[in-house]
Design a protein around this ligand. Structure first.
Ligand SMILES: Cc1cc2nc3c(=O)[nH]c(=O)nc-3n(C[C@H](O)[C@H](O)[C@H](O)COP(=O)(O)OP(=O)(O)OC[C@H]3O[C@@H](n4cnc5c(N)ncnc54)[C@H](O)[C@@H]3O)c2cc1C
Ligand code: SF4
Length: 330
């Protein structure tokens, strides 16, 4: 591990200025990804670590139709919020399906959005071929063993999954990310925040160096909407998703009048299933409809031998979550 300077400002403008002015500076929030990649894996080697945990960005503000989440709110704090349980319960379900209670007490919402991939080749610096870690070096996962990898949004340059559970319901809800730069602030829809790998998998999102995520705004579901999160994984807890799905439906007289669906574990970015939503909206809530929606979602996949099983598993995951949320099992 290389030596680094550690600083802990208590002002947002100071923190943003420090990182923006120094290409070798990085932010530290709960540290559950950042310190892992620095101390255990040696993938990140900042010369300056700017600890943001003293910034006034922790807490949840309740508005009539939305929640404003300070970027330093922990996963556990968000999961315990009564409005989350009442109005967007699939956000709570996704949070509680992730990591462990100890990690969730440290991990922040901003850090969760910005967590790095779990691709084992990315995290192993003895593997030379990783376009995300060393642009232009190739992709060991495309030719090697791959299982926890993406089939949607992937390319021959990178098949790494975005591993967040939380982001799956958040993209379904059209959450927005608020970003602070040195002189400006902006808001970006979460559906536009992440970049597909294309031939530049090292560029993962729209943030410029030094930009700080300050807040995430989460619209609430309308009263009467039903929602759920299903995570399929190799063991029942403390494991990342092979596939996951977040669904929210408004159903009137057996007809779906509003549908939101997003997927995790299968996309290089948290995956909004818009083709499925179009099929679902206005259709009868039954298994035939759900199968049509699932089939439309996985038409353009990129698979390698180790991930081919995910095509079928993704469809089954979609059908199951839609059956569960709607209560329509036939
Ligand atoms: C063993 C283990 C199991 C896990 N299982 C799951 C799981 O099942 N599901 C799941 O969703 N996640 C899982 N995680 C990931 C975990 O949720 C993330 O590590 C955590 O949310 C990151 O938050 P943090 O505050 O610790 O971020 P940090 O580790 O401090 O930071 C992560 C990254 O984001 C940057 N960053 C942090 N905050 C900001 C900000 N406000 N603005 C700009 N940049 C910022 C940092 O520079 C760093 O690059 C797991 C992690 C571990 C270690
Ligand atoms: S899938 Fe992406 S992160 Fe993994 S080895 Fe290939 S380029 Fe690197």
């Amino acid at each position: 591990m290389q030596a680094f300077e550690y600083v802990r400002p208590d002002d947002v403008a100071d923190a943003v200025a420090m990182v923006s002015a120094d290409p070798d500076a990085q932010y530290l929030a709960g540290g559950t990804t950042q310190l892992d990649l620095m101390l255990n894996d040696g993938v990140l080697e900042p010369e300056r670590l700017v600890d943001i945990t003293r910034l006034p960005l922790r807490g949840i503000t309740h508005h009539e139709d939305s929640l404003h989440l300070g970027a330093l709110t922990t996963m556990e704090e968000l999961a315990a919020d009564a409005t989350v349980s009442e109005r967007v319960p699939f956000v709570r379900d996704a949070l509680l399906a992730g990591a462990s209670v100890q990690l969730r007490n440290m991990a922040t919402i901003g850090g969760n959005l910005l967590q790095r991939t779990r691709c084992r080749y990315f995290r192993d610096t003895t593997v030379p071929a990783c376009n995300k870690r060393r642009p232009g070096s190739g992709c060991a996962a495309v030719t090697g063993a791959a299982r926890m990898h993406a089939i949607l949004g992937a390319s021959g340059h990178c098949i790494a999954v975005h591993a967040s559970d939380l982001c799956v319901p958040l993209v379904a809800l059209d959450a927005a990310v608020h970003i602070q730069a040195v002189d400006t602030a902006r808001a970006v829809p979460l559906t536009e925040f992440y970049l597909l790998p294309g031939d530049r998998p090292d560029r993962e999102n729209v943030l410029e160096h030094g930009e700080l995520v300050t807040e995430v705004v989460v619209p609430l579901l309308p009263p009467g909407a039903r929602s759920g999160y299903l995570k399929i994984r190799d063991r029942a807890s403390y494991e990342f998703a092979l596939t996951s799905a977040a669904a929210a439906l408004v159903i009137e007289d057996d007809t779906i009048v509003d549908a939101r669906l997003a997927l995790g574990g299968v996309g290089t970015i948290p995956w909004r299933a818009r083709e499925a939503e179009e099929i679902l909206t206005g259709a009868r809530a039954n298994t035939d409809t759900f199968r049509d929606a699932a089939e439309a979602t996985i038409r353009n996949t990129f698979t390698v031998p180790g991930t081919a099983f995910k095509v079928d598993l993704t469809q089954r995951t979609i059908v199951r979550i839609l059956q569960t949320v709607s209560g329509a099992w036939s």
